[in-house]
Ligand binder design. Sequence first.
Ligand code: NOJ
Length: 486
Amino acid sequence: MADRSGDLSPWWRGGTIYQVYPRSFQDANGDGVGDLAGIRERLPYLRALGVDGVWLSPFYPSPMADFGYDVSDHQGVDPLFGTLEDFDALAAEARRLGLRLILDYVPNHTSSEHPWFREHPEYYIWREEPNNWVSVFGGSAWEPRDGRFYYHAYLREQPDLDWRRDDVRERMLGVLRFWCEHGADGFRIDALRQTIKDAQWRDNPVNPDWDGRDEYDSLIPAFTTDQPEVQELVRQFRETVGERLLIGELYLPIERLVAYYGSGLDMPANFHLLSTAWGAAEIAALVERYEAALPDGAWPNWVLSNHDRPRVASRTGQPAAAAMLLLTLRGTPTLYYGDEIGMTDVEIEPGREQDPWGGRRDPARTPMQWDAGGGFSAAEPWLPYGDLRVNVAAQQDDPASLLSLHRRLLRARRDFALEGYETLAADGVLAYRRGGFVIALNLGADAAATQLTGEIAVATDVARAGEHVRRETVLGPGEGIALRVP
Ligand code: NOJ
């Protein structure tokens, strides 16, 4: 950890967050599924990598219809992942190593196996007649049950809670308090934009621009997402967690996204890099638009892949340039496990799909590749490994590896993490200034020249470190340099 004495900004501003998908990080008990004890074993790896916070996707008791995002007890640990004692041990070890723990808080829905769904059906959303609302995973969002219909924004096994009710709020805020007492340093709030629905149950308008693919996109979710009362909810979350980090999962246009700073989110998660074309002009335009939209005092953040989207290495084909982009833009980066070694989407054999969304998210959720044999589990892993030539052991001591590049970038960024951002070029090469550094990235398919002067501090091609660039330099496709400038 950097010495932050005298620096009053919270740890996460200059820091980096690393997302662990617990099923796939490390299996300590040999059942083919990752667990909390496994994550604990690997904390020294994360410490050496140089990240600051570790976000754990859900590990709570769950029937696993949506791999843990269908929670049946918010205040426990699923036996598959271990016990509450294992969690406490993990939290203690993280603290010892100076790593912060961020938990996934799933307020929008519970599992249909949650005791509340039986004992307190009134906690959920029921209607006599369905309207046209569609589930994110496709099909009507209304499920018939005993002559009525309940609403589920996701799977029918994930009924939505009614957050307009005080008793629901009180019980779910209790969940936050529980994990604060168990040492959580922050929360990533799942499906935040969906938590409050239109009080008049109006039909969502038809989307005239629908591309005919996902049924969910056939409507504009005007009455099912981003309702004004969501902000009020965030204020309550903020009051409950004090100064702990609050990240909100919010797939929203930039202008709507940034409105959430005002209600107390530290990081309305910025997913716009996930859907922006991989090119200098497009990315520069996005960064400028986002920077301009940020309210005073708001701190930016960036995401390049996660457990719901394709891996960045597969999507861009330029994992080194992508790493340099993510770790040098202004704002807190969230790094997805395995991206630091260049894991790609793994093709799943027909019949072996796991993800209830037609298997589409499995390719990005495969086991972490620790060594040439896999090293994730003594048993057959729940999803197959990808190309095992891509592994931590092979890259660990190789200065030219993607893993070493991540370590160098994570170290170097401490010198400019809190500095401003200024675009210098966006034609072929994307170049920008961060304090005393200039970053230049060739995101194109051909070599490109760029006008710069300075000393290369970090380069995707390790052989270029220390090189003095005078006026002009050529970058190959996917090549990036960070220069210390005069
Ligand atoms: C968003 C999560 O990231 C995703 O994995 C999950 O399926 C939905 N929310 C529902 O909880």
